[in-house]
Design a protein around this ligand. Structure first.
Ligand code: GLU
Length: 470
């Protein structure tokens, strides 16, 4: 039987959910979900000074918006401090760790001498091999791991390849501080082991930590997880991502009205590829995603590509689902909710609203003719379309619309007929009709608006415009 895949996302709650973090979460989620595995969430809240409940909430909100659901309860790393200490004592018991009574001054003095003699300044504690009988009873001490001094530690990384670290470059790191608190490295190794994590997929800024965490695994005799350290995301110019490149927080993308599916698709493509496929569904991503296809070079943000994919996802999303997501967007922007009547019109018109819209604000802009109530007050450019001639034509049009079948074909026939009767092309009539129906010059097609609004509302708007002497 093959082992069930277990991945995790382990953010430190010290700020918002960064798009780099979101991509890490997505890769872990895709890998687990595509293999019938489990995706776990661990909040690394051990830095009490910098961790805040607001940041934890922001991370949870960001993951929820992206649809990256985790299995089971989120684990608090800080709450597990006793368990981390327990492992340190187990290592002590097993002779894999030792109590070190060296003072800060002694460590400094060691380094001074080493520096003067041109040796490695990594601390080598005299307590490593000291007889326990010589231990100063009750004196302050830390617990250090007995790291191997010879040979090498090889991180068999799926993305980076074999990364070899000479053991003489790893010191006997502290596991428990003198106040009994566990260090971060111990916490991560113990938590990953206890949570049954099989694949550690995270940013390559943690690559060096892997070697240290492996020492703990090896000392405990635990099987190692598979490591995949992914390159960071860079800005479009290939430089380290920073605020000047644009939005960094996932919430900012949500607030700008990018659909979550488009964002997922885009983030999945940042550093991972499946042939030439750019657009794909979640189901395809789950099926295709593999850590072996993550690139070694940093991915570059490309906002055009993001927009493009978002447009494709809006077009591909079912109308009812899209409307639901749009309502979520209105809620985060603090806009008033749409009435049931307007929601019904939106759903009816979704087929034309979503055409070429790349974000929810763009979609809402097309929906202005639905959202705005009568009387429609035309914008300046639209108002210029409503001269006396066109007003007369609009008024002539209304009895014909009264009797027409409410279908695209017959509406086109009626409109073309009246244009012809006035010796003009329909195009000339489109401007005044847009102005009357939407008060704007850029709208969905006149016939789409009529079909969505229905006969009564269409005639009422044309009548309003025709009667308004300006
Ligand atoms: N908490 C770490 C971070 O926010 C991640 C640790 C890990 O994935 O092992 O970068």
């Amino acid at each position: 039987m093959t082992q069930q895949v277990v991945t995790r996302f382990a953010p430190s709650p010290t700020g918002f959910l960064h798009i780099g973090g979101a991509r890490t979460a997505l890769f872990n989620w895709l890998y687990a979900r595509g293999r019938g595995g489990r995706f776990l969430l661990r909040i690394e809240d051990t830095d009490r000074a910098r961790s805040t409940p607001e940041a934890t909430q922001a991370i949870l909100d960001g993951l929820a918006w992206l649809g990256l659901d985790h299995d089971g309860e989120a684990v608090s790393q800080a709450a597990r401090a006793d368990r981390h200490a327990e492992v340190a004592y187990q290592l002590l018991e097993a002779g894999e760790a030792y109590r070190c009574y060296a003072t800060q001054e002694e460590i400094e003095a060691f380094r001074e001498t080493a520096r003067a003699e041109g040796r490695s300044t990594l601390y080598q504690s005299p307590w490593r091999d000291a007889d326990p009988a010589s231990h100063p009873e009750g004196a302050p001490h830390v617990i250090r791991i007995k790291a191997p001094r010879e040979g090498t530690t090889v991180i068999a990384d799926v993305v980076q390849g074999d990364v070899t670290i000479r053991n003489d470059q790893l010191d006997d790191m502290v596991l428990l501080r003198s106040d009994g608190s566990p260090v971060y490295m111990l916490a991560v190794a113990v938590d990953d082991h206890d949570m049954g994590v099989t694949h550690v997929i995270r940013g390559d800024d943690h690559l060096n930590n892997a070697a240290r965490q492996m020492l703990i695994y090896q000392a405990m005799g635990w099987p190692l997880p598979t490591y995949a350290h992914i390159p960071l995301i860079h800005g479009p110019d290939g430089k380290k991502l920073s605020k000047r490149h644009g939005a960094l927080g996932v919430a900012e993308y949500r607030d700008m009205g990018y659909p979550a599916a488009g964002m997922r698709n885009y983030l999945a493509r940042l550093g991972w590829s499946h042939g030439d496929d750019e657009f794909f569904t979640d189901a395809q991503a789950r099926k295709w995603f593999d850590i072996t296809r993550i690139g070694k070079a940093p991915a570059r943000l490309d906002f055009k590509k993001l927009e493009n994919l978002c447009g494709q996802h809006i077009a591909a999303t079912a109308d009812a689902a899209l409307l639901h997501e749009l309502q979520g967007f209105l809620a985060v922007t603090g806009a008033p909710p749409l009435s049931d009547a307007k929601l019904a019109l939106m759903e009816r018109g979704m087929y034309c609203l979503k055409d070429r819209a790349k974000t929810f604000p763009e979609l809402l802009d097309k929906a202005a003719f639905i959202i705005t109530d009568r009387p429609i007050v035309p914008e300046e450019k639209a108002a210029a379309q409503l001269d006396n001639v066109s007003r007369r034509i609009l008024i002539e049009l209304t009895p014909q619309l009264q009797n027409a079948t409410w279908s695209r074909d017959s509406l086109e026939t009626v409109a073309n007929g009246i244009a012809e009767a006035h010796g003009m092309k329909f195009g000339k009539l489109a401007g005044p009709l847009r102005a009357a129906l939407a008060g704007r010059t850029a709208t969905p097609s006149v016939f789409d608006m009529m079909l969505v609004l229905g006969r009564k509302e269409t005639i009422a708007r044309l009548t309003d415009a025709a009667c308004d002497e300006g």
